[in-house]
Structures are given as structure tokens and as C-alpha cells.
Design a protein around this ligand. Sequence first.
Ligand code: GLP
Length: 244
Amino acid sequence: SIFKDATEASKAVAQEIAGIIRRKNAAGKPAVLGLATGSTPKKVYAELIRMYQEGDLSFENVITFNLDEYYHIEPDAVQSYHRFMKEQLFDHVNILPENCHIPTGTLPLEKLSAFCQHYEAMIEELGGLDFQILGIGRNGHIGFNEPGSLINSRTRLMTLDITTRIDASGDFGSLAKVPRRAITMGVKAIMDAKRVVLLAFGEHKAEIIKKAIEGSVTEAVPASYLQGHVNVKFVLDEASAAEL
Ligand code: GLP
């Protein structure tokens, strides 16, 4: 879908998420949401907060799993995705802290593989993700699944691409301060979600959006794997859709 601007697009996505939460809760089940960070989904979260504040939506029976976190990073660092989620959503709605999952950025290396397996197992035990929201990196990454990630890749430690680190260098103050690695949910977990919505706004995303949607399905552009998902939607503004 192509919207006039990011605000209109974000309202529509928030409405869809609210619908899923209400439908699952009406069936007596928690809604299991896969969440993303970055600047792109901020307006969706703001809209969800507005619905909560107006009494239209409750997060009491919502369970969330974030896609990724830098490694190594302290949870209260300004750039951490733990901090981002608290500031952009969790601190403003009635979600239970124990229902919010984000990969831990402070684990010792030897504990990582067990942690990643456990992260996926928690999602599977809940019957999978009802909804996964995604942004896209300029190199086609989803979560932190950088080019070269396989379609069946699992939750793991990923070495970040130089383009990803350059794009993050503003947040960290300098390139040297950007972590070299991150923990990310794998492509498999994303492809296993029942519904996937990828958001991209702005002309700087136009080139990679063309490759992801119209290009061949290739590990060089991990977002292109979504062409094979049975229930995916790309939500764009006019600028990011300009080359389609
Ligand atoms: C980071 C995140 C991705 C996100 C991407 C794009 O790399 N790990 O999940 O999609 O940035 O960020 P932005 O939305 O700010 O363009």
C-alpha cells in the first residue's frame, strides 16, 4: 500500500495492530507481537499510545518480542533498543514488563547461543508471532539480518555491515562507537510470523524498496525473502515508492 505520508500510513498500521490485539483477546488469548526499532515505526507506536490513552485499547494481554539489540550494550544506554522501546511505547501503555522481550545486549558470549534458542522457543510456545512489524535498512536488512543472511537463519549474533554502522553513527556520536555486532531474530522467525508488515518512508529508501519488491529473491537483499511470505504487506509513502 502506498500512502500520502508516514502519518497516514502509520495510522493504518496501528489500526491493524489494534484489530489483532482485540481479536485475539476476544478469543481469550494473548496477542503476540514482533516489534521493531529505528525511526520508521515511531509514529505507529505513538498512535497505539494515543488509542490506549483514549481508552480504546488495552495492552494487558499483549506479549511482545523485539527483533534485535546491539551487542554489547547496556540496557539504559541512550542507543539501546531496551531504552528505545520504553521511551517510544512500553512506559506509556499498560503492558506488563514481564511480557516485553528484547534480546539481552549484556550477556557473556558463551551464554548467547542458549539465550537465542530460548528466545525462539518462547515464541514457539506461544504459537508464533501474530504480527511482525519491520523497517528496512538501506542495504536491505530486516532486523539485523544483514546481506548474506539465509532464509532459514536463526536468532543469532550478527556482525554489522559497514553501511549499517555508518547509518547508526549519528546515534552513537561516531562510527568507532557503534557496536560491531548485534543479536537479531533470524529470517526464519520473521518468515514464520502469521502476518508481516514492512514500513519504509522517505526517498532514501526508494532504491532498496525497488530491489526488495521487484528484484530477485536473494540473500544479497534479505528483505526480498518477504516476496515469498503468504501474508505480507509493504507500507510505503510516496517517496519510498517513487522507483516502483
Ligand atoms: C536498524 C534496525 C532495523 C531498522 C533499520 C532502519 O538497523 N535494526 O530494524 O529497520 O535500522 O532504521 P530506520 O527506520 O531508522 O531507517
